[in-house]
Design a protein. Structure first.
Length: 231
């Protein structure tokens, strides 16, 4: 089975194609982009062209559903949904942290406990804990959002956190092996495979964990010149 994977939940745009059976992989990463909507489809076209098999060879799509910001998630999930409809293939939603954790599991011999954290802005992080073993990652509870200094204490062996947030990580976590990973194409496909690529996927549901940064404008105060009217 060949899986087209993409994720736009972090500042890095990630897309590529994985052959589950052979492990053959083509990946495109654009780091710290602010042009997701303009760059995503050209990046997808590039990895499809490198595969030299066309869209017809794609059997399924795996897309990161967060946690992440509203705008980023919307771009990736809408693109994946449109491609799935156009190609008549299933689209599987994957927790972005699960993808990162599966990449950690590929790099480290378990068993191990891992913390995966990504930038949630507003001086906060999205995070989840995992058990890594035999190349698999099992999430230990739902993802959540906190300030880095308020992370619940836990013994971990491996941490993945953005470089600029490392200094705010509680000292207890600094004894772990530190990585700075984005979701990978391998991790996305692996997470989708674990949840069941052969199954009918459920609806795509974004993991926002909090309301969008954009706020509704506050009501303007009434002018004193406008009289009160009772209806």
């Amino acid at each position: 089975m060949r899986v087209l994977a993409l994720d736009t939940a972090t500042p890095d745009l990630v897309t590529g194609v994985v052959d589950i059976a052979s492990g053959e992989l083509t990946e495109k990463v654009i780091e710290d982009t602010r042009l997701l909507s303009e760059q995503l489809m050209p990046a997808v076209e590039e990895v499809i062209a490198k595969q030299q098999r066309g869209y017809a060879a794609i059997d399924a799509i795996a897309v990161g559903v967060g946690p992440g910001p509203f705008t980023g998630l919307r771009v990736g999930m809408a693109t994946a949904s449109a491609l799935g409809q156009a190609l008549s293939i299933p689209v599987h939603g994957v927790c972005t942290h699960d993808a990162i954790a599966n990449e950690l599991a590929r790099r480290f011999n378990g068993p191990a406990t891992a913390l995966v954290a990504t930038d949630a802005r507003r001086k906060e992080i999205y995070f989840a804990f995992y058990h890594l073993a035999d190349g698999h990652a099992e999430r230990l509870g739902d993802p959540d959002v906190v300030r880095p200094e308020e992370l619940p204490a836990r013994d971990v062996d491996v941490v993945s956190i953005p470089q600029h947030l490392l200094e705010r990580l509680p000292q207890a976590f600094h004894s772990a092996h530190i990585e700075h990973l984005s979701p990978s194409v391998y991790g996305l496909a692996r997470a989708a495979e674990t949840s069941g690529l052969e199954k009918e996927p459920g609806p795509l549901v974004p993991l926002y964990l909090r309301r969008p940064d954009a706020k509704e404008p506050a009501a303007r105060p009434r002018s004193a010149a406008i009289p009160e009217v009772e209806l």
